[in-house]
Write a protein that binds this ligand. Sequence first.
Ligand SMILES: O=C(O)CCC(=O)C(=O)O
Ligand SMILES: [Fe+2]
Length: 519
Amino acid sequence: SDLYTAMSDLEGIFKTEGRMIKAVEEYLRQERDRLEKIETKLANLRRLNQEGQEDVDAYLSHPFNAFLLTKRFLWEWVDLENWIKISMPSREYIFNTTGLRSKGPQQSDLDGAAEALWRLQDTYKFTPAELVEGAKTEDALKAHHCFEVGRLAYHVANDKYHAIPWMEEAHRLLNNETMEGDFFTMNETEILDHLAFASFSEERLDDAIAFTNKLIALVPDSIRYTDNKAYYQYLLDKKYRPRGETGDLKKLSLDDVEEEEEEEEIAEEDMDEDDLRKVHPDIRQYRALCRGDEGVVKSMPKPALRTCSYQHYDQPQLILQPAKEEIAFVKPRIVVYHDILSNEEIAALKDIAKPRNSTSGHLEQTKFRISKCGWVQHDEAEVIRRLYRRVGAYTGLSMNATEFLQIANYGLGGHYLPHFDFTRDVATHKNGNRIASMLFYLSDVAKGGDTVFIDAGAKIKPEKGSAIFWYNLFKNGKVDERTKHASCPVISGSKWVANMWMHEHGQEFRRPCSTGKSE
Ligand SMILES: O=C(O)CCC(=O)C(=O)O
Ligand SMILES: [Fe+2]
């Protein structure tokens, strides 16, 4: 062959072979590095897995941990796979992990977990630092986790408002951390880039300029950053130019200006974040109630009358096991029935509901209500039949026009925004409107998840085995607007409830009508 036609070419081949050897040596060196890297990454994942498994419930009861666990499937595992794939894309274990990963959480789950974090921020005024530190694992305190939460807000949800504090936290944490060698990289420039544009989008021009200054310090020859800065400065100047100078208003005297400024200052000071974002008053009140802001939560007036009592309501079946009634609120009247359910009954109810929560039940993706729920028919099990009879005895209402029992489970960050249980379109309701609601608590909730009544200012903490009862209609059949209520987001733990809604039909002799206005 051509190869031997010239001995000088062999020299060349030696040289080529030498290069090949060098290339393979280099490959081996890189491969060893790679294997070491994979080993380190695997050790880290193993450690995190074991850490979580030590007490799965405790670990998962914190929303940031749930986020991190979910994120691992979409980031850390992908990262590890990529390191394995780099030069051996056909290795079987890659397909193994890829196959397994496809059964795990998906991008939409990660988005949902991040959204839950933003919701807790909005409702309870938590800062990212508080959420991160609450997770109490060393792994949580990493800049790139916060960067990812911010990035999801910024790019996926187009939510610059929530992106900012998470990017800020990423920036704060960056100092303690090197990102070298990770497949997904992130650096200070990238964080600041997000912060500058997000601040601009949120009309925080001062911040946008400050972040851009930091960018210019990092990348002095970037035309984009200097241009951006000039643009933000231009907008800022335009915004704050005194009105008199625009020519279309009379020039104000200095006194006028000062007076006006003072007024504006007071107004801005009084406004909190919700005001500035023009949040609906119901939502503002809902958040304040969930936080337990002073003056917003109305407690019962110091009882002249006994609020707790044993009652048998002249019902034979309650003589031996009376109702433990507590008047939790007067206007509207909200009654708590303690220990209305036994632990065994609760376990049975959850058992009946569980299969449909996961299969035919669906995770509702509406912003309005984040929970899984399913319906249980009246005669599905003895425990259900017994429950309907008990509620009939407690309330004195006819159970003939009652809906199926609705069982719902809220996960971390799960909530139900302010709503009425009654309908305004009675024509669509068979058996008339929902005259009353019995809301059973099938679990305690470690943190958050209170039921709040928006206009009344009532706040009720879920207590496993108890239920709250109220009338949605006045005796004259008119709807009672004071019954607007909601479920606060679950901060930690999980919340189970069951709803039983009684309808108007059949109640004519049980709850006689009245022509009174507010009875
Ligand atoms: O879970 C709660 O506290 C409230 C639930 C509720 O209002 C409903 O399901 O209609
Ligand atoms: Fe409700």
